[in-house]
Design a protein around this ligand. Structure first.
Ligand SMILES: [Zn+2]
Length: 161
């Protein structure tokens, strides 16, 4: 028997002033996308902005439903939009911002497990990592170089062969 340890390297920016201008623009786009959120049940507004290799930014916001399983997260809204609008584009960077209408949210908005799996599929599909920036309404910004950092031992296409 043996044990292994899996580490998650995270770059932390204490505030937006530390971000390069392009990354700040992407993060701002994610925050603006929270206004497109439909979240009457959770009051948790999530925005996601994705920079593509063609320079375009596509955004999405969470869309809730009285039948909860029909809800869709901001990240998968944005990824689905890319498939329709720029089907051959490669996602390079993603920013996620979450605002809680019930209290100030300072926790970085990490994607849920289902979205981690969806983002992982995009990385594998294009063989390109996606940098992910995460932030609450305020507070520190977390960045990982790839969703693989957030989803160790991911389930992948090779597992099906
Ligand atoms: Zn999600």
């Amino acid at each position: 028997m043996k044990k292994i340890e899996i580490n998650t390297p995270i770059t932390i920016f204490e505030n937006i002033d530390e971000l390069p201008a392009d990354d700040l623009y992407l993060l701002t786009s994610a925050k603006e996308a929270t206004y497109k959120s439909y979240a009457p049940y959770s009051n948790f507004n999530v925005g996601c902005a994705i920079l593509l290799d063609n320079g375009e930014i596509i955004s999405g916001a969470n869309q809730e439903n009285a039948a909860y399983p029909a809800c869709i997260c901001a990240e998968r809204v944005a990824l689905s939009a890319i498939s329709c609008i720029h089907p051959n584009a490669i996602p390079i960077k993603m920013a996620i911002v979450a605002i809680n209408q019930n209290k100030e949210n300072t926790a970085p908005a990490a994607p849920c497990g289902e979205c981690r799996q969806a983002i992982y599929e995009w990385e594998k599909r294009h063989n390109h990592p996606i940098e992910i920036f995460m932030r609450g309404e305020t507070g520190e910004i977390y960045k990982v170089d790839s969703v693989a950092e957030l989803l160790p031992l991911a389930f992948k296409k090779d597992d099906l062969i």
